[in-house]
Design a binder for this molecule. Structure first.
Ligand code: GLV
Length: 328
């Protein structure tokens, strides 16, 4: 008698582009959440009960409660994001659940967004847009809405992974000089190509004209930017964050922006998303956009497909394409 083979069950806990779903449907029975707003935890727990794979968005918290709800046949959690701070990786490892993320495919989109925020903040573009939209009277003036030039200025990159490197390449094209702080140095050829100087974080903060954050969020990077580290920055400098909100102490940033400790900020991510510290809304010198780093049609499609392929690989007994490494 031939063994009975059942199709694996897969839950997708947020709306993802169709090409990702199609890859999953080829091999399994797929439950998908069809709304843009994320499901509440009880809905997630009911949906993952008994599944072999979960494809998750960064709005899904994968912790022991989730894993208990899923049950022992869960083999893989495929996150549709490069960041995976929504997932308790150690809890997954303890249950032999493989965790994957989507590095690479969102590097350019996120680096573009960081560069856009650097330009918006230094050139006061959001302020200018508010003038036009509010129909405030204005006229061209020699001193009207003057910003800061990037040429010859130092960009300090905290976290020199793929995205940090991609931002460095873009900033070089704008004539910026590159400094970076990272757990380890990048290869000398790359330093030479980027003209990048490796520095201690404190030195980078004290000497950069723009500081951009590209480190993962972890207990080590929680509130990396706080009142003390913000105070190390130049009063003429800008802070850009496209990594994770809690890397910045938002209350301390509001104070720094209000009191001229730094000149401005460009933020794509927030400490308590989707809430934004009301103090930031008062800061004309803060550019605020709603977590759009990877938000292009092409990138989100590539992310969904990569996450699906990770799930399919594990369910097929193969190695995942992009497993998450436990941070050390
Ligand atoms: C988005 O924030 C991601 O981590 O992919």
């Amino acid at each position: 008698m031939s063994p009975v083979t059942t199709r694996p069950r897969i839950a997708v806990t947020g709306r993802i582009p169709t090409p990702g779903l199609e890859e999953l449907r080829l091999i399994g029975d797929v439950w998908e959440w069809e709304h843009d707003a994320p499901p509440d935890p009880p809905t997630v727990y009911a949906a993952v009960n008994g599944v072999d794979a979960a494809v998750t968005l960064l709005t899904t918290k994968v912790d022991n409660t989730f894993l208990d709800a899923a049950g022992p046949q869960l083999k893989v959690v495929a996150n549709v994001a490069v960041g995976y701070n929504n997932i308790d990786v150690a809890a997954c490892a303890a249950r032999n659940v493989i965790v994957t993320n989507t590095p690479g495919v969102l590097t350019d989109a996120t680096a573009d967004l960081a560069m856009a925020l650097i330009l918006m903040a230094t050139r006061r573009l959001a302020e200018g847009e508010r003038v036009i939209r509010s129909q405030t009277s204005w006229q061209w003036g020699m001193f009207y809405l003057l910003g800061t030039s990037l040429q010859g200025r130092r960009l300090g990159i905290i976290g020199m992974g793929d995205i940090g490197i991609a931002v460095a390449r873009r900033a070089r094209a704008f004539g910026m000089e590159i400094a970076y702080a990272n757990r380890r140095r990048v290869p000398p050829e790359l330093e030479a190509e980027l003209g990048a100087t490796f520095m201690a974080t404190d030195d980078l903060l004290a000497t950069s004209d723009v500081v951009t954050l590209h480190c993962p969020y972890s207990p080590d990077t929680h509130h990396l930017m706080n009142s003390a580290t913000l105070a190390r920055m130049r009063p003429t400098a800008f802070l850009v964050n496209t990594s994770r909100g809690p890397v910045v102490d938002e209350a301390a940033l509001v104070k720094a922006l209000e009191h001229g400790v730094i000149a401005g900020a460009g933020l794509d991510v927030f400490e308590h998303e989707p809430d934004v510290n009301p103090g930031l809304l008062r800061c004309e010198n803060a550019v605020l956009v709603p977590h759009l780093g990877s938000a292009t049609v092409e990138t989100r499609t590539a992310m969904a497909v990569l996450a699906a392929r990770n799930a399919v690989a594990v369910l097929s007994g193969l190695s995942p394409l992009t497993p998450v490494m436990r941070p050390v």
